[in-house]
Design a protein around this ligand. Sequence first.
Ligand code: SAH
Ligand code: SF4
Ligand code: F3S
Length: 473
Amino acid sequence: MTNETHIELNNETEKQLEYMDLLNKIIREKASAKGRPLTACVVTFGCQMNERDSEKLKGILTRCGYELTDDETADLVLYNTCTVRENANLRLYGRLGHLSGMKKKDHDKIIGICGCMAQEPDVVKKLETSYPFTDIIFGTFNVYKLAEILYSHLTTGSRITDIWESNDTFTELLPTVRKYPFKSGVNIMYGCDNFCTYCIVPYVRGREKSRRPEDIIFEIEQLVKDGVTEVMLLGQNVNSYGKGLKAEVTFAELLRRVEKVVGLKRIRFMTSHPKDLSDELIEVMAASEKICDHIHLPLQSGSTEVLKRMNRKYTKEDYLALVEKIRKAMPDISITTDIIVGFPGESEADFEETLDVVRRVKFDSAYTFIYSKRTGTPAAAYEEQTDEATVKNRFDRLLKEIKNASSEVTGRYTGRTMPCLAESVNDHDPALITGRMSNNMLVHFPGDKSLVGKIVDVKITECKGFYYFGERV
Ligand code: SAH
Ligand code: SF4
Ligand code: F3S
């Protein structure tokens, strides 16, 4: 079966551009009545997928005539939500509580909710009953429809809820506003078919669908023309890229093609599921000039028993062997990971297995999460949920172990000269520039803002654990 129904520049794209023009007129009229430009604030929760969606939302809002701001007192506030763990949801409700007061004072203020939380029917019910001041609600499948939805709201005055269960066409090539002029995320696929038993993503992002390689390359070429030198190829499981395309293409093959884009300097990707990481990918990475020296390889648990109940489809030994294979081909590569603590039924022995993997692999860094029960996922029905005190204790022990293990390896760059992409002026010290090495680690070095966006050689002078200090050479 093929899911190749994607015409990227389709009638829908044209239709949305028309809505943007219509809105632009309305927004300009409102602005002249107020005697100031109308402002819009997009607040993003969650992962890189949402970050990229927010760049699309901002592109649409700008085209509609809004001035972007980070201030939630804006005329329009749009929350692009995440629901991967419960605390992400709680943070949104906290923010909304705060906004209700503002909305009472400013009746014209528009409040919108989109993203992964909006794909959950219970959340939408709660928003409509407990937060009646929300004006537009839409999900993850119709991000590109923001202008149309906003137009309906402004011309009818009623709340618009527009949630889809899936979407088979890609509507790309709409305007975007990038956070960084010199780097960009690029969606290569949407959704996830893995159904890890703890995870809500497949329910809120739908089935896996890959974009055609030629469309991806076209987008990257346009980005490069616009000043981008680094791309991050995005997918929940990039290693299974290409399934369902008419002409099947592997992720490794896609990387080979991206490598050929003239003017592009760095390629990153996220996320790699260990079960689908091929030898072909390792070969392509090792031979590449542009693919960065970093792989994010979520472990989730070191216990084969827990991995089985998580439906991860690899064992502790598989994971260790994979890391060995990757390091053999690329001895300098930085490996980072995600680990969940307190999965239902995780015993002390299971947890010890996770610590053992951490000690053996020596990750450069790791994101650690306390298991969060997500309604509707299989694991939510597992009976043996682990008690809070035990989880907290394991979480602290895990952090310590990660720190110990990584400190043994992260010092390896000290004294070496590494190319760094200068990303910004340092938040705390304006005499420093913050750059990123190929291995994704941050380095702070003396310099001025004229360097931002350039790749410069930096000698690493000091390792601070998860970041470095250096000097330009
Ligand atoms: N597709 C990516 C991860 C997406 S979610 C992958 O498979 O690696 C990012 C991370 O959130 C996951 O790697 C996992 O560690 C964590 N996570 C997902 N669901 C969770 C839950 N219910 N509780 C705690 N952490 C969770
Ligand atoms: Fe969630 Fe697993 Fe899919 Fe990642 S691979 S998004 S953890 S279901
Ligand atoms: Fe969150 Fe949705 Fe990403 S649930 S982690 S924002 S795919």
